[in-house]
Design a protein around this ligand. Structure first.
Ligand code: COA
Length: 636
């Protein structure tokens, strides 16, 4: 999740000169859709451009816990120069303000371009998150197909709300949110390019798709999911269709073309041109790209110890486990892929350019809830649906070599990534709430404490904050490492400190985090503003200002902790890779009485270890609660 994507990207935004983006995720509201959706979107405020002095001052404060004193004084000089009257900072600020007056959102197109489409690492692990659902109660092929049929029906049920514009508007802190991302996740796909990718969305084309793609045994099928009269196929009909697909692809005889989508984007961009130079291949690829979503029916798993099931499921959702696992039973460019294993393992993977986790999770919550409903008595379906169409590929020796290369790089990535999913069962949001603290801030401070205990230093930390209060808003960064968090973590294990002082420092750190969150969700954080100023310099063909070539800026963007809260109704957890080689990816879902979290790290880094950090977070959460319980606030 540049993570994640945005996190990864944010970590590596470079001084590139951006032209006008050629292909971008087009905001649906700018298209011909009318009605409720459009009037809701028009009513949302525009993303503000924060005041320059405010960002400069907050930037200096954010650097304090993560850079050395001598670096800080150099940066202070550069920042003063940057913001002085008549200086380059003022000029860029005016440029940004001009841009904001003429755009629906001054940031969103730049952001999608820089954070996702120009990002050239594989989307697998480095950008696309996985989502692990609770294990379902089937353990064989028949159960898998029955469940998958209901899942398809559930997605189509959600799609009806999108098509009819009847999706309930979401709120954050009492404010309505931008709903655009919901309109971007179905019928869309990322397309690899030679230097930059694009995203196409077919939902509002003149011929919107009526099929999904099903992947089984590394083979792809086009499955029409609507009858000739336009009604969705029933779960019973879908069951029959999926059985046909599984029957037709029982033997693993096909070339694993899907593995190509796991490659570095430049490499895949070249291989893509070779692949689609054949008309049959082009037609098959187009069918996948146009489809509403992809359903991956995975075969038998390699078997993990029961207590590690969630962690191995996370691997299956994030990258599929390598070329001998399920990595080729995917099309990772597809915006939304549902994954259903024969053993009840279930979840999703999504390509991050069009949307953040929360809309994806809301869709999945709906689908899971749908699959649990009592099946309705089927109506009489109109005619029998056509046989699912196998998507054929002609594989030349060059393409076979591309596939082989992709297998090698996917396998080394799979070997390098360690993922640990834990259910922290001692408490959830209930305990921080009882102590009148923000649960999210409490968990973030536990992460800070865990990291400090392990490394004896604070690190630049990214947490995603939603900007969806604004039209076409995506995210900004909550910088969880603050001076307040540094004082708290340094004092926590210090025997010379009184417990009451530690409680005060904890409360202070939690309050500071919540204040940063409020600032970020209201469009007043620093990271996207700084990025915008840098992009504006490129836009005006100015040299990159020295504040952005300063080592402290690089340090600020080197997120050793890349984190995100993705809440849901379903008892699930999202997961993503670290965004720097020596970092961790941490995603969590705080439920009322427990917390699901996923930690990832690269094995090639000797410093990091996902299981160890996961254990340290659990310990930190317990220690923080113990301290609060043992030092109750006076009721007076
Ligand atoms: N005392 C008691 N309760 C409190 C409290 C306090 N001091 N502060 C907060 N709470 C309560 C809230 O009312 C809320 O209650 P609810 O469970 O009934 O809804 C709950 O605790 C959670 O609040 P909090 O933990 O502060 O977090 P949040 O819900 O405001 O979320 C963010 C914070 C940053 C996660 C959220 O603003 C956000 O931006 N989410 C999107 C992130 C995103 O896009 N991630 C995906 C990237 S791919």
């Amino acid at each position: 999740m540049l993570a994640f994507c945005s996190r990864a990207v944010a970590a590596m935004v470079r001084p590139c000169v951006l032209g006008r983006p050629r292909h971008l995720v087009k905001p649906v509201w700018a298209s011909r859709v009318a009605g409720r959706y459009l009037s809701h979107q028009r009513g949302l405020p525009s993303l503000p451009v924060p005041p320059l002095q405010q960002t400069c001052q907050r930037y200096m404060a954010a650097l304090e816990p993560i850079v050395e004193a001598h670096e800080l004084s150099r940066t202070r000089r550069l920042v003063e120069e940057f913001q002085e009257a008549g200086g380059v900072g003022e000029r860029l600020q005016r440029g940004l303000e001009r841009r904001a007056r003429g755009a629906d959102n001054w940031l969103s197109q730049w952001w999608v371009q820089v954070a996702y489409l120009d990002f050239r690492m594989p989307v697998v692990v480095h950008s696309s998150p996985g989502l692990v659902l609770p294990r379902m109660d089937f353990r064989d092929r028949a159960g898998q197909i029955r469940f998958a049929s209901r899942l398809i029906a559930g997605v189509l049920d959600f799609k009806t709300m999108i098509d009819n514009e009847t999706l309930p508007v979401e709120y954050l802190g009492g404010k309505p949110l931008c709903m655009n991302q919901y309109y971007q996740v179905l019928s869309s796909c990322r397309i690899p390019g030679l230097k930059s990718d694009s995203v196409v969305n077919h939902a509002r084309s003149s011929r919107p798709p009526r099929h999904i793609t099903v992947a089984h045994n590394c083979q792809f099928f086009q499955l029409d999911v609507y009858s000739s009269d336009g009604t969705p196929l029933t779960p019973d009909q879908l069951c029959v269709q999926l059985e046909k697909i599984c029957g037709a692809s029982r033997e693993a005889e096909a070339e694993p073309v899907g593995i190509l989508t796991t490659q570095h984007r430049d490499v895949w961009g070249e291989a893509y041109l070779r692949l689609i130079s054949d008309e049959t291949n082009k037609e098959s690829v187009t069918a996948i790209q146009r489809s509403i979503f992809t359903l991956c029916l995975d075969g038998a798993p390699r078997g993990a110890a029961a207590e590690l099931h969630r962690s191995s499921a996370a691997v299956q959702m994030l990258h599929g486990g390598g070329s001998r696992g399920h990595s080729a039973n995917r099309w990772f460019d597809k915006t939304l892929q549902f994954i259903v294993g024969e053993d009840g393992t279930c979840g999703a993977n999504y390509e991050h350019a069009p949307a953040e986790g929360p809309p994806i999770v809301a869709l999945i919550d709906h689908v899971v809830e749908y699959t649990r409903r009592k099946p309705e008595t089927p109506g009489s379906p109109a005619g029998s649906p056509p046989v699912p169409r196998r998507l054929r590929f002609n594989v030349t020796p060059e393409i076979r070599r591309d596939i082989q290369d992709a297998k090698v790089s996917m396998d080394s990535l799979a070997q390098d990534l360690e993922v640990r999913v834990e259910v922290f069962g001692h408490f959830g949001k209930n305990v921080p709430k009882a102590h009148k603290m923000s649960p999210d801030a409490f968990i973030q401070m536990a992460l800070q404490l865990a990291y400090y205990r392990r490394f004896r230093r604070c690190c630049s930390t990214y947490e995603s904050a939603s900007l969806r209060m604004f039209r076409l808003g995506r995210t900004d960064t909550i910088r969880s490492a603050s001076s307040a968090s540094a004082s708290f973590v340094k004092a926590f294990d210090d025997p010379s400190k009184q417990n009451q002082e530690k409680v005060d420092l904890m409360e202070n750190a939690v309050r500071a985090h919540r204040a940063y969150t409020n600032m970020a969700v209201s469009g007043q954080a620093i990271d996207r503003h700084l990025l915008g100023l840098k992009m504006q310099a490129a836009e005006e063909n100015l040299p990159v200002p020295a504040v952005f070539t300063d080592p402290a800026y690089a340090k600020a963007l080197h997120y050793r902790l890349s984190t995100s809260q993705v809440p849901s109704k379903t008892d699930c957890v999202m997961c993503f890779g670290p965004v720097v080689p020596d970092g961790y990816g941490v995603c969590y879902n705080p439920m009322e009485d427990h917390i699901n979290f996923a930690v990832s790290a690269f094995n090639s880094c000797r410093e990091t270890d996902a299981a160890v950090l996961a254990g340290a977070v659990e310990e930190a959460l317990l220690d923080m609660r113990r301290l609060l319980d043992q030092n109750p606030r006076s009721k007076l």
